[in-house]
Design a protein around this ligand. Sequence first.
Ligand SMILES: [Zn+2]
Length: 1010
Amino acid sequence: MHDDRSLVESRLKRVLAERIRPAVYPESVPLEVGIWTAPDEPVPVAEGIAAPRTPIAAGQRWGAPWGTSWLTVSGTVPKEWAGRTVEALIDLGFDANMPGFQCEGLVYRPDGTPVKGLNPRNQWVRIAAPAVGGEEVLLHVEAASNPVVLDYHPFLPTKLGEKETAGNEPQYRLERIDLAVLDETVWQLVIDLEVLGELMAELPVDGARRWDVLRAVERALDAIDLQDVNATAAAAREQLAGVLATPAEPSAHRISAVGHAHIDSAWLWPLRETVRKVARTTANMTALLEDEPDFVYTMSQAQQYAWIKEHRPEVYARVKKAVADGRFVPAGGMWVESDTNMPGSEAMARQFVHGKRFFLDEFGIENEEAWLPDTFGFAGGLPQIIKAAGSKWLLTQKISWSQVNKFPHHTFWWEGIDGTRIFTHFPPVDTYNCSMDGREIAHAARNFKDKGVASHSIAPTGWGDGGGGTTREMVAKAARLRDLEGSARVRWERPAEFFAKAQAEYPNPPVWVGELYLELHRATLTSQARTKQGNRAAENLLREAELWAATAAVRAGLPYPYQELDRIWKTVLLHQFHDILPGSSIAWVHREAERTYAAVAAELTGIVERAQRALAGDPAAGRELVFNSAPHERGGVPAGGGRMVGESSGGCTVTARPEGGYRLDNGLLRVEVDGQGLVVSVLDLAAGRETVAPGAAANLLQIHPDFPNMWDAWDVDQFYRNTVTDLTGVEELVVSADSPAAVSIRVSRAFGASRAVQTIGLTAGAKRVELGTEVDWHETEKFLKAAFPLDLHTERYAAETQFGHLYRPTHTNTSWEAARFESCNHRFLHLAEPGWGVALVTASTYGHDVTRTVREQDHGTTTTVRFSLLRAPRFPDPHTDQGAHSFRHALVPGAEIGDAVREGYLINLPERRVPGDAEVRPLVEVDHEAVTVSAVKLADDGSGDVVVRLYESMGGRAEAVIAAGFAFAGVQVCDLLERQLPECQAAVTEQGVRLRLRPFELVTLRFVRD
Ligand SMILES: [Zn+2]
């Protein structure tokens, strides 16, 4: 037989597009439309419904960027439509390809109750089925004219990302607002033909099934009268029934579909718009759940539930009912789908605490899966945190975005830095926005790497990023794919059902150890520096606030600020969302984030100061108290305590060097700064060891061109390193030696349109070089780094992550290492040869790189660490990072890993001085240097119990006594949610509790108070 595939396939495409799809709504009449545009920000629903309307017709323009318009649509169902299915069709001017990235609407009844959301793939509102004729139609639409920031011209700088610069030009043209008859038979025929056409294209040409489907499609097309599709659709469907009824092969891949809308909590829209996006999508999804009995929908991010609860209580009531029915499934158990590289230990833990607690309190549900489809890489500390929160599974698909290396598994054990393993699944469909297209289903089955030992994968199904969710068309397709020859089998299932089946059939999958590094979006560790520093400062202040408020509550009876801390934690957790903290949102989001962080810092500082005043005794005594919130003693002040400290003794000198520049010396370190203000030598005097590589200079600012091929705020491409300029020009070199306790050099530089002031300082008694960098940044598409070429030979270095650190190679032997050219650290990096090492610590940055070279003159190895300070991408925020910035780092020669941990805390938690005369004993004291206190707080349940979280921080074993400086009735070992773990018994002693910890083990203790 002749091969006529392309003829039939082309015929199917044209007939579907030009005849069958248009026949879905064979009759329609226009509705009357009136419009009112809110003068500025969105208004309450009652106000929007009551506002006066002016008439508008299809074809007219509407909607300035970020505006809100209220439409009223009204009309009457024609008498002759009695018995038919009638829908309103509302096309606000949609582009079918971009649900969630353009205008959207939410439809309300006249009484203000929401009906459903409107987006390009959901333009219908059911009016009557069947109609009696003569029904009056009156609906209101809250239409958001969100501008298209990404897509038509991807990654070009745009002013649309900020309301003040976006202008007033109407963005959309009202298309169709009609009342129409839905022909359900034609609608079903469209789905039949789409499913079969898409399946056919994926089937092998030499297999019979492909030809069976092709011939059936051809017979169906022959059965259609192109001049009267509606009359002949049923006959066409009959021709397809046979090929739709043949069952899947026994070995067919099994896909657990779960309805989903990935909704970015902010991104190319501000937070306030996400509140409405969530309401639109959940209104649609609860409506779809009512219409489709097999369908299951899942939504993550407790914050989004909290938004609906507060802003759209009617929608929330529908959600609550659907959750109770087991159809609407809260997923993930985190406050938001956060970044996981940058959040500190406690913040990462609290994402789960607040997420899980919300689901428990609101729905009585405890999630066992972490749900992070879109996050940009996964830190090695995460498995232990997931487990300590009481969960055991993880889902993400993002690693499929890696540029170079293909991840070898789809289902595997992921082992973190402490040895905790989490059963992890990457959906082989390679998207969190599956649309039940045959191409996606076939890709999932083909791509699945664990064939032969496993047969299950999951497919989050529905329009995402900007919301939208699952459509009735997707549900109809899934029904046909339930058991269809040539296709994977598709079932609607809850994530937990999938994980249980996947783990049961594959109990011993392969193991991946260490971080799940995403070979893409590496610049998200640096972009929007002020947002990142706001997060860092908030995390540090939250530690202080909890510690001192708990101490003041126990010691001085000061009320503990439960509500304030709960609210502030949730704000900080929200801003760790995977497009806010990473710096990949529009200008509006980052401007708001900076303001929010400033308010958070002020409020937390107030809590700290109130608590410290309550503890410090008489402020008029003429004495001063030093408070130390770090987990290590500092200058004679115990960790978590306050002590009166006298004058510190001097011990620093600064002298001019004959060849130019200065020499700083504090008896521990001798630092040489040359005439260009570069650190050319840092001598560890006790070890007699030079830190800086011969012929090189440390604290060297370097600038690169930085114009990635796409995703400007997200990506730095490897070729950025091909061009580099050392910033060695010096305008001014000034000594500051007011007190012998501290000396410093101040170096001013100008480069491009920018300026930098670097300070290099020593403090008496401290074996660290303190480095400050102020930058007034006015560059375009540049990357600024601070380089530290060290005279050090090592295969690997340590970088801090949550509750410990991980090692990364300093070389690029394999493509995996070569692709990891920009990485994350928290407070410290540590590099060592046996017997001597160096720590680099930061209070300001996350991104860094480490490279190695061999010197010609002495064959020694130079290992260069570079902190990433600033970038200047122009999309999505055209002015990213312009203006003033301040960074603090320190170089610590002769540091062991424990010194790195300690110095990392110290630089982030400066001491506070308060007038007073009462020494403050710490609430808890630990007798082992590797056992590090991560949090001291009162229990969230308001019982007054003291909760202490600690971890082994050096990667070894430790046995320690945790002594409590207050009376207690007992000690419980708890999970992160402060619930007792019955299997863990604390060895309670008179002073406190004795613990034996594994490397990097984290433990939460609850001291039950009388
Ligand atoms: Zn996302």
